[in-house]
Design a protein around this ligand. Sequence first.
Ligand code: SF4
Ligand code: F3S
Length: 106
Amino acid sequence: AFVVTDNCIRCKYTDCVAVCPVDAFHEGPNFLAINPDVCIDCELCVPECAAAAIFQEDELPEGMEQYLELNAELAEIWPVITEIKEAPLDAAEWDGVKDKREHLIL
Ligand code: SF4
Ligand code: F3S
């Protein structure tokens, strides 16, 4: 499955959700999670993310390992999102900021 990682936090552009053929994305307050049981590894969402936050689970960048479990957990409790919505007003300011995990709102 593919995994949403750190740089999505507070960017949350949501372009990814529009291309997912199986509605695998779930929405929280400032982050999205992919349901690993639903994702069919099509890769369509990867180039849609302007924050380059989505990776295949076997190719997670160093330090992003925790997001594998986190996506699975959060997809269980957050609702599905299938339509693009406005990104946070300050999304661009947060794009590329390191270690945003502490900013994740559950
Ligand atoms: Fe959806 Fe494909 Fe991305 Fe998986 S890889 S979340 S199926 S768009
Ligand atoms: Fe997040 Fe990128 Fe989707 S910032 S909401 S994974 S387009």
